[in-house]
Every structure is written in C-alpha cells, then in structure tokens.
Design a protein around this ligand. Structure first.
Ligand SMILES: Cc1ncc(COP(=O)(O)O)c(C=O)c1O
Length: 477
C-alpha cells in the first residue's frame, strides 16, 4: 500500500487535526460489538485468533482497516465494563469527557516529569492535587502526585514512611540503604488490606514479614481492640511500628476502617498514618456518604484511585501528603532533569514521583469533574451504594444464598448454602465461559464466596434481580 509516513505524525495544524479526527472516528466505530460482558470464545480459540494477527508487516496497511481488524479481533473479545453483568472487579466503565480527553492527552503528549516538558500540565496536576487535598480536609501544606494505580500509590506512601523512619534516627536511607534498626520496623494494617502493602514491604527491603496483619471484624473493618493488642505486643517485643494503614473501602467487602481511631493509634506510637482510600475515596464527593470517611483528614498520606469510582480510564491514581515537603524524602537529583537551578515557579514533578516520564492523566480527571460537576458524580456513587444495598437485601431474602457481611459500599459478597470452593468455582467459570457474567470469586477469612462489585452507574435494580437469578439458576443446573 502506498502511504506516506509523514501523514502519521501528530501535528496540531488544521490538516493534522482533521486527519486525527477522522482516524478517531474510525477507532470509535471499531468498538461496536455484540452485547454481553464478554464473548464466549474459548481461551485456545482466542489465543489462535490474536496470534494470527501479524504484528509488524513489512509494509503497512490502511489505518481504517487496521482499526476495523482490531475491532473484530480484540475489542469484540475483550470484557465490557459497561455491561451490568460485568461485576467481578473494581473495573469501571469510563466517562466520555475522560475518554476523549485521553485522545488529547496522547496527541499533545506532555510529560509530567519536568516543567519544560509540561508547563501547563504541571500546574493542572498541582491544582487538581490541591483540590483533592482540600476535599480530604487536609491543611494547605498538603499536595500530591498522580501515579499509575493504587498499588503504586501505596508503594510510594510506604517508601516515604520508611525514609521518614530512617531520617528520624539520622539515616539517609536513599544513600546508605537500610539501617540496622530496620529489622525491627513493622507496618500495621488489617488482614483485609490490599496485597500492595505486602508488596511495598517486600520492595523496600523490609520483607513481607514486616507487615503485621491485624484481625478484622466480621464486617471486614479493622478491629481497634486487636490493633491495641498488637501494638502492645510489638512494644513488648521491642519492635517499632513505623506505619499504620487504614483501608477506606476494602477490596472485597468495601469496608471502611475506623479512621479516627486508627489515626490516633498511629500518632500515639509516632508512626506514619496512611489511608488506602483507593476504593472509597470517591465518597468524599457525596454529602450523604462523606461522613463515613471522617478522620481521613488526619492522615499523613492518602491513596485515591480515579480509575475506580471516579470512572476514569486506567491509569489514574493519586497519593496526597498532608505535608508536601515530605516528598523531599524521595528526591534524587539528576543532571538533566531536576537540577534545582530552574527559574522561580518552574516545578519539576519528577521530584515527587517514582516514575520519570509520566502521562498527563490529570487532564482527563479535570475534564470529567468540570463536565459532570460534583453533584452528578455524587449521585452516580450514591446510586451504586443503593444498588449494593438492594443486592444485599435480595440475597438476604434468598434461601439459597447467604451474605458474608452487609454491603459497606459498592460490593456484595455472598456464599451459596451448602456449596464448597469447587462448586463456586464451577458457577463462576461457567458463567464466564459462556460470556454471560463476569462474576467475582474470593475468600473471606477462609470462607469461599461470590462477589458482585457494582461499578456501573447505569445498573438498575432489575439488573440486580437478573444477576441473582442467573447465579441461582447456575446453582440448580
Ligand atoms: C483497597 C485497594 N487498594 C489498592 C488497590 C490497588 O489498586 P490498583 O489496581 O490501581 O493498583 C486496590 C485494587 O483493587 C484496592 O482494592
């Protein structure tokens, strides 16, 4: 095919933009697909289909054809988070303002590491981070950074907590590595906390065993009595809690730990107080739901994922610090990027990040919030909480099913009476294989369970009835 590569370089002149717009419209058309949360292609058939696609032919093809092929081969066989039967994970449908802004983000390709690669982008991200810190209720010293996800935000928070613990005993951990005392350092969180806490401890050289899991109550919230007991035990053993983590919205049950109480314990023991609000941080937008997060404002750091209940395309997370100066604990000077001799006001965000080159994801979040406004975002969230409560009521009234705990945010976790782990696996896998439902399956304190995670604000109460009927039909079959 006779094409000129010059036509594919993004330019912002009239011709370049017209070419981009027409390609974008072909990409949008390629998304059209039959209904259902996923196709019923077997893993083997899917493998064959994808691997038959030539990755890099000697000569290229027309873009419209390539995009149409992607539609047939890839999008048609992906999952559809906007389908009400896609309820396994914290995997949201996305919002149009964010998705179209992604195109602008990619086309303009600002890089967030240095001011000279993203002058306006740097200010937008800082503005968004300050707004979020204010929403949390933190002091004006607070600010943050966007990261690729809740895992990255939690790892960054624990990196800072570790450097802070070292700094307090006169150690520059970035330069000399861990001090001897580090073998006594512990990170406390509930047994329902996300596994990224363990990953952080492992990456930071503290080891997974440095994470002490505090027993949670049956509702999934951290037990403060157990936390007190654990802290006493650590002190008896001459071990030092350097960080205490509360989870606001656990991955399975959506439970929100008692933030005030956990924060108080962290302060009493001189430990860094981190709140992992990757899931429930969005509740801050709702006057009705926000009180559930009382105490979050006292955190040293907070993780909030925009790519969960803010309906942003991946990647979009943030870590907010109550004292943004603490990011200095991370800073590594580089000769070419962050020299420290820039003009006044030229901030290089690389100083706050574990990444160097970084996407301007703040733009899509801002576009979304400005388009929908706080009230609409809050309504969407409140609806999903109501959907989960409704599912809880229906499951409670169903003799074949049993709730593991009352829904605390947007999840509903339940057992099937008389069914074991294998039975649940069969139910979930059959629904997945037939492409009828992407259902969650987990284990809470050794109890195998199924899970609905309601992320789609278009989900209706009728959809919930239908999902429950589909599960019970599968039990009976
Ligand atoms: C409570 C919590 N924290 C952190 C994460 C990690 O988020 P991500 O998948 O964006 O890395 C999750 C993911 O589900 C989560 O539920």
């Amino acid at each position: 095919m006779n094409q000129d590569w010059r036509d594919f370089v993004v330019t912002v002149d009239q011709r370049g933009l017209a070419t981009l717009a027409s390609a974008a419209s072909a990409a949008v058309e390629s998304l059209a697909r039959p209904t259902g949360p996923r196709s019923n292609l077997t893993p083997a058939a899917l493998h064959e289909l994808i691997w038959s696609m030539e990755i890099c032919p000697e000569a290229g093809s027309d873009l419209a054809t390539v995009l149409a092929d992607l539609g047939e081969v890839v999008w048609k066989h992906g999952v559809v988070p906007s389908d009400p039967a896609c309820v396994a994970h914290l995997h949201p449908p996305t919002l149009i303002p964010a998705v179209v802004t992604e195109l602008a983000i990619a086309a303009s390709n600002q890089s967030m590491d240095s001011w000279d690669q993203s002058p306006s982008g740097t200010e937008v991200e800082l503005h968004l981070m300050s707004w979020l810190a204010h929403l949390i209720g933190m002091p004006t010293s607070a600010s943050g950074i966007m990261t690729s996800g809740g895992t990255a935000s939690n790892i960054l928070a624990m990196t800072l907590a570790r450097s802070w613990a070292a700094q307090r005993i006169g150690f520059d951990v970035l330069k000399t590595g861990l001090p001897e005392q580090a073998s006594r350092w512990r990170i406390l969180c509930s047994d329902q906390a996300h596994f990224s806490v363990q990953r952080a401890a492992a990456q930071l050289g503290l080891g997974r065993d440095a994470v002490v899991a505090v027993a949670s109550e049956s509702s999934g919230v951290l037990s403060v009595a157990e936390l007190d007991e654990t802290l006493t035990k650590l002190s008896d053993e001459n071990l030092e809690p350097i960080a205490v983590i509360a989870t606001a919205g656990t991955t399975d049950l959506g439970a929100i730990d008692p933030l005030h109480e956990v924060g108080q314990r962290a302060r009493d023991h001189g430990a860094w107080f981190h709140v992992d609000a990757a899931v429930a941080g969005a509740l801050l937008l709702s006057d009705r739901l926000r009180p559930q997060l009382a105490g979050i404002e006292f955190a040293d750091s907070v993780t909030i994922d925009f790519h969960k209940l803010w309906w942003q395309p991946f990647n979009a997370s943030s870590l907010i610090l109550s004292d943004a100066q603490q990011f200095d604990l991370l800073r590594v000077k580089s000769n070419y990027l962050d020299r420290g001799d820039e003009l006044e006001g030229m901030i290089n965000l690389v100083g706050r990040s574990l990444d160097t080159s970084r996407r301007f994801d703040a733009a899509k979040v801002v576009a979304t919030l400005r388009t929908l406004g706080r009230r609409s975002m809050a309504s969407m969230l409140e609806h999903l909480v109501d959907v989960a409560l409704f599912a809880g009521e229906r499951i409670e009234g169903n003799p074949q099913l049993e709730l593991v705990a009352p829904p605390a945010s947007v999840m509903c976790v339940f057992e099937v009476r008389g069914a074991n782990r294998d039975d649940l696996r069969r139910i979930q896998q059959r629904l997945l294989a037939r492409g009828e439902m992407v259902l969650g399956r987990t284990e809470i304190k050794g109890r195998p369970a199924l899970k609905f995670t309601f992320m789609n604000p278009l989900t209706t109460f009728d959809d919930v009835e239908r999902l429950i009927a589909m599960v019970t039909a599968e039990i009976d079959s």
